[in-house]
Design a binder for this molecule. Structure first.
Ligand code: 5GP
Ligand code: MG
Ligand code: MG
Length: 178
């Protein structure tokens, strides 16, 4: 499996360091709140579980699944395929996501939670790819800026594989070609 990786971008210790920093900020900000943490499955499962262990305020974990359908170059529709169970009305919501690419998924999901009456909505992303953004969306917290290119590991997959790599790496081109 490691042979399929061109280069490691962020190691476990890189990620640990940034997760500690982001958690420190969240622990101050949400000290007196009881937010609903919404991991965006499946990609965010590894990052979210590592992040959540670092949080020391009361919280609820309620994952969501979404898929985006890109019909043409300029239109991408986001569909919730497995919804949360909680009522977000009047409560702070924190999404946890693996990577923000076009920005469509989290922009759409954030709007849904605002429409449902969430008190506030913030997004914590492991990675941010600013160069490929197509909508005006910014994560409130992100671990690292990522270059354009196909990344795998730490929850990020290619055809369902590589999520279990304990680092984020660039997949070799020959792996796509096969
Ligand atoms: P977007 O921001 O484009 O709506 O959606 C982001 C989603 O696209 C991520 O949650 C992730 O599933 C997928 N994605 C974007 N860039 C990459 C990448 O480099 N590698 C992998 N494995 N998935 C990606
Ligand atoms: Mg995702
Ligand atoms: Mg994927």
């Amino acid at each position: 499996m490691n042979n399929d990786i061109e280069r490691i971008l962020y190691s476990q210790s890189d990620l640990d360091g940034r997760m500690d920093e982001m958690a420190a900020d969240l622990n101050v900000k949400y000290r007196n709140e009881e937010p609903i943490i919404i991991p965006v499955l499946n990609g965010a499962m590894i990052f979210a579980s590592d992040m959540i262990k670092r949080l020391d305020f009361k919280l609820i974990i309620d994952p969501i699944k979404a898929s985006s359908y890109v019909g043409s170059q300029s239109t991408g529709k986001v569909k919730i395929t497995q919804d949360i169970k909680s009522d977000v009305k009047g409560r702070p919501v924190i999404f946890m996501e693996d990577i923000i690419d076009t920005g469509r998924t989290l922009q759409a999901l954030s709007e849904v939670m605002k429409d449902r009456g969430a008190k506030s909505v913030e997004v914590v992303a492991m990675l941010d790819k600013p160069d490929t953004r197509v909508v005006d969306f910014h994560a409130d917290y992100y671990g690292f800026k990522a270059p354009d290119g196909f990344l795998v590991g730490y929850g990020l997959d290619y055809n369902g594989l590589y999520r279990n790599l304990p680092y984020v790496g660039i997949l070799k081109h020959e792996v796509y070609a096969n």
